[in-house]
Design a protein around this ligand. Structure first.
Ligand code: ADP
Length: 256
């Protein structure tokens, strides 16, 4: 059967076919490698909290341990379990996104009132760290967004700005309207991101400083999820940063 087809197909066409099969095989290999790396990262990320939980539970159950010591260990166990819960929740969200069983429900929204609400929710956390959060938005800008998802993205950006900045510094939310886009900018005066890390921060589990991110409850998945959500809105998200000076996170949404 193959030899018959060989006669029918021209040599060029066959060569083309061969190339396509080769590309397909390479893509499959790449996907397999990516999936394996992702699974390896998940196991790695779960191993640390599990080690803590197991170790501290073992100490806490000893009969002669002091009550205050036991409480200390139980608190660590609780926090580690919380971290795993967050990790599993975010992984599930990404899995849904990968399977395209993730739907956004967009509605016409007044951007300034929406951002005002986000600002009000986050303001106390900034005050608690002796930082200022300021917000500039005027005019009647309408955007077509999934409010719950978009809020999740904004909270994530503000949470990062808070986590990676020092006391006394300022974070601002600004809005710029361009010809075709609306741009929302979250700027901080924090530690910044080294140039070589900048292209990777939207990748799953990528963290510039693993221990610092973990200590502040980070999973390294926040920006990967934010990117999926913004792209599902037809927009884009990118970062600009000067190491040691601060970071600007920008979300671009197409005008209605
Ligand atoms: P994490 O849970 O670690 O914060 P994210 O996906 O939200 O994960 O961010 C990925 C990494 O990008 C962070 O670990 C941090 O190194 C870097 N990063 C994100 N936002 C900022 C920021 N505003 N300032 C400095 N570094 C940041």
């Amino acid at each position: 059967d193959f030899s018959v087809r060989l006669q029918v197909k021209g040599e060029d066409e066959l060569a083309q076919l061969g190339k396509s099969i080769q590309t397909l095989a390479r893509d499959l290999e790449y996907l397999k490698k990516e999936r394996n790396e992702f699974l390896a990262s998940i196991s790695h990320e779960l191993r640390t909290p599990l080690t803590y939980v197991k170790g501290y539970a073992d100490i806490a159950r000893r009969p002669n341990i002091k009550e205050e010591e036991r409480e200390k260990y139980l608190t660590i166990i609780y926090e580690e379990a919380e971290h795993m819960q967050k990790l599993v929740k975010e992984l599930f969200e990404l899995a849904k996104m990968d399977q395209h069983s993730f739907h956004i429900h967009q509605s016409s929204t007044n951007l300034c009132s929406f951002l005002r609400k986000v600002y009000e929710k986050m303001h106390p956390a900034f005050q608690a760290k002796n930082m200022s959060l300021i917000y500039h938005c005027d005019g009647n800008i309408t955007v077509h967004i999934d409010q719950k998802r978009f809020e999740q993205v904004m909270m994530n950006l503000l949470d990062n700005a808070l986590k990676y900045s020092e006391q006394g510094s300022t974070v601002s939310i600004d809005v710029r309207t361009e010809k075709k886009n609306i741009v929302i900018i979250v700027s901080d005066e924090g530690r910044g991101i080294p140039e070589e890390d900048l292209p990777h921060i939207f990748e799953r589990f990528y963290r510039v400083d693993k221990s610092r991110s973990r200590a502040s409850g980070g999973t390294g998945l926040g920006l990967a999820i934010a990117k999926e959500i913004i792209e599902a809105h037809g927009g884009s998200i990118y970062a600009d940063s000067i190491y040691g000076k601060g970071t600007k996170m920008m979300i671009t949404l197409p005008k209605e």
